[in-house]
Design a binder for this molecule. Structure first.
Ligand code: PEP
Ligand code: MN
Length: 345
């Protein structure tokens, strides 16, 4: 971090200011020119708030050289990390580490027959994980809000029946106790900056699927991952799910460049949600191929037994046969990237 000091600042005040920074655990190097003094901060600057420094009357400008995230940063962990999930039959699935993970299932769990049926079907087509929302964040309070606890129970029944690990969304801190048997806890786009929730998930040790907020920058997504990791939970999967732009043709705009950017900045596995990005089922295959080619470690997508009758997100949901075809096509692309589709060990 570099701090330019305002011209004419009293030397003694600048010295005391530098001392206060050293007390925060960094080294301060002085560069004194004819008209300008510049302080170079070296060491762990993650805990130093650039904005509050800028408010100091001695400070002209603050430039951050190093990213404010540390645990999520590739600089401190050069090798790719991966997330392990144990399967109910005693095996292990890895997200990252050369494996390509496909998480598939309906937007919402609607009833027993629906979730058990689709779980068998996505498994048959090669999905490694079952998704389904029990607690649903809906724009309208009058829309279907999810089956809640009953939805979680149905997901666990589907897990027992198929052996597929479960990915489902938590909306509030007070739901955490209900997630004991859930394999991967999803933090949805709308909760990406729910810092109280992130801190608590940092203490829980379970894999967290962290979705990028609707208008969050890559840096903000990584700072949210840092919240969970700072609490001691390093099992994070990042998810690009489209961001808000001026374009209205698609529900969101899939930011393909986020995949190489996240992989460069961070060691954490990155997956893509083409369903929420496009909002259109016919576009899911194309975006999925793009995600594989861009280096994603997996996909999460919506598949419904009967999209026309879905209680949420039917327009973007694939039907089972479209999902089977997509998986067939994707296999070739995944192999071309040198990755393997799912795996028990
Ligand atoms: C979902 O996965 O069903 C969902 C609500 O996703 P997002 O948070 O990305 O909108
Ligand atoms: Mn959805």
């Amino acid at each position: 971090m570099i701090i330019a000091i305002k011209q004419g600042s009293p030397t003694e005040e600048v010295r005391l200011f530098a001392k206060s920074l050293e007390e925060k655990g960094v080294q301060v190097h002085f560069s004194e020119g004819v008209s300008q003094t510049v302080l170079g901060l070296v060491g762990d600057t993650a805990g130093i708030d650039a904005e509050s420094l800028s408010a100091n009357h001695l400070v002209e400008k603050v430039v951050r050289v190093q990213e404010p995230y540390k645990r999520a940063n590739r600089k401190f962990h050069p090798d790719d990390s991966y997330v392990r999930v144990s399967t109910p039959i005693g095996g292990e699935l890895r997200i990252g580490d050369g494996f390509f993970s496909v998480i598939a299932g309906p937007c919402s769990v609607e009833n027993r027959e629906q979730i058990l049926g689709i779980a068998e079907s996505v498994k048959e087509s090669g999905a490694g994980f079952l998704r389904g929302g029990a607690f649903k964040p809906r724009t309208s309070p009058y829309s279907f809000q999810g089956l809640g606890v009953n939805g979680l129970e149905l997901l666990l029944e589907a897990k027992k029946q198929t052996g597929l690990p479960i990915v489902t969304e938590i909306m509030d801190l007070n739901q955490l106790d209900l997630f004991g048997d859930i394999d991967i806890i999803q933090v949805g786009a709308r909760n990406m900056q729910n810092f109280t929730l992130l801190k608590e998930l940092g203490r829980c040790g379970k894999p967290i699927l962290l979705k990028r907020g609707l208008s969050a920058t890559i840096n903000e997504l990584l700072m949210s991952a840092e919240y969970v990791m700072a609490g001691g939970n390093e099992n994070i999967i990042l998810c690009e799910r489209g961001i808000r732009t001026f374009e209205t043709y698609t529900r969101n705009t899939l930011d393909i460049s986020a995949i190489p950017a996240l992989r460069r900045q961070s060691h954490l596995p990155v997956i893509v949600d083409p369903s929420h990005a496009a909002g259109l089922s016919w576009m899911v295959e194309t975006l999925s191929k793009a995600a594989v080619a861009a280096g994603a470690d997996g996909l999460i997508m919506e598949v419904h037994n009967n999209p026309e009758k879905a209680l949420s997100d039917g327009e973007q949901s694939l039907n089972p046969s479209a999902f089977t075809n997509l998986m067939q096509t994707l296999k070739k692309y995944i192999e071309l990237e040198g990755k393997k589709l799912r795996i028990e060990e």
